[in-house]
Design a protein around this ligand. Structure first.
Ligand code: SAM
Length: 269
């Protein structure tokens, strides 16, 4: 089993940020081992890891090595380019924007909006956008810090201005949304996704496995109550069908010893 991708799977991170629970700064003489141990005790309440893409493998890398900055994301590599070509993408839980950048640079997306609950990650995304040569004010690319689970947020976001979307990606985020908002929150999200997409619109979900939830809960007591009340299980197939989607494709993948399927859903007219 890989020690890289598995970190996300286990709800742990290699990076550093300013989440609510942090250990004191690491003393310079501490070994890499000790630093790793410290990071393992850090709480990332929303999966809002920094340096996330240093441990998610790219399409061309093996799972032990960090991907080069401009290599295609390992999940996008499994998906048909036609899903993105000429489409307006909303990437929910964009972290530092890797999926957004790759959708524009490698998958032919017409425009991308990335949204993340952590404003520090959105700052990172803007900084990386500059490094990649995206001009400020390029209307093909935008990032927002917001909690997509705030009631009515998605509906208002899509209704406002010209922010129509054709494709929505939810990669490695359903565990966090589920643990914070429970079954009711997920059902509401699926209804909102259906409401904001046009007929033929697509949702692509990379759900975390149920077994994967427990570590996050162990690490963060605040999630226990919601966790105990959860009845629904990923990958939420029945619930997505009930919300009005049809499963177009299920791509089986494994990453770092974890099952990482990609489910491509389409809104039926
Ligand atoms: C594990 S990371 C996955 C990042 C990216 N989707 C990927 O797979 O490459 C989950 C991301 O979702 C974000 N997130 C969690 N809950 C959120 C919410 N309610 N609204 C917006 N973003 C959220 C976290 O801050 C984090 O960046």
């Amino acid at each position: 089993m890989s020690g890289t991708a598995g970190k996300e799977g286990l709800g742990e991170a290699a990076g550093s940020s300013t989440p609510p629970t942090l250990l004191p700064p690491t003393a310079p003489e501490e070994t890499a081992n000790a630093r790793n141990k410290a990071n393992h005790r850090t709480v990332w309440p929303y999966g809002n890891y920094r340096s996330y893409y240093s441990f998610r493998p790219a399409a061309s890398s093996n799972t032990e090595s960090a991907p080069p900055a401009d290599s295609l994301d390992g999940r996008l590599a499994f998906l048909d380019r036609q899903l993105f070509a000429g489409k307006r993408l909303l990437d929910i839980g964009t972290n530092s924007g890797k999926i957004a950048f790759d959708a524009l640079r490698h998958m032919g997306a017409a425009s991308v909006v990335g949204v993340d609950i952590d404003p520090l990650l959105i700052e990172d995304a803007w900084r990386i956008a500059g490094e990649l040569g995206f001009a400020k004010g390029d209307d093909r690319l935008n990032f927002f810090a917001a909690n997509v689970m705030d009631e009515g947020w998605l509906e208002e976001f899509v209704a406002s201005g010209t922010r129509r979307v054709d494709v929505i990606t939810l990669f490695s985020i359903t565990k966090w949304l589920h643990l914070h908002h429970g079954d009711a929150g997920m059902l509401r999200l699926f209804r909102s996704l259906h409401q904001v997409l046009p007929a033929g619109g697509v949702v692509i979900i990379e759900p975390q496995e149920w077994d994967n939830y427990k570590r996050a809960v162990k690490r963060n007591k605040d999630l226990r109550e919601t966790f105990k009340a959860i009845k629904l299980r990923p990958p939420f197939e029945d619930e997505m069908r009930e919300a009005g989607f049809e499963l177009e494709q299920r791509i089986e993948r494994e990453e770092g010893g974890f099952s990482r399927p990609l489910l491509v859903w389409q809104k039926v007219a």
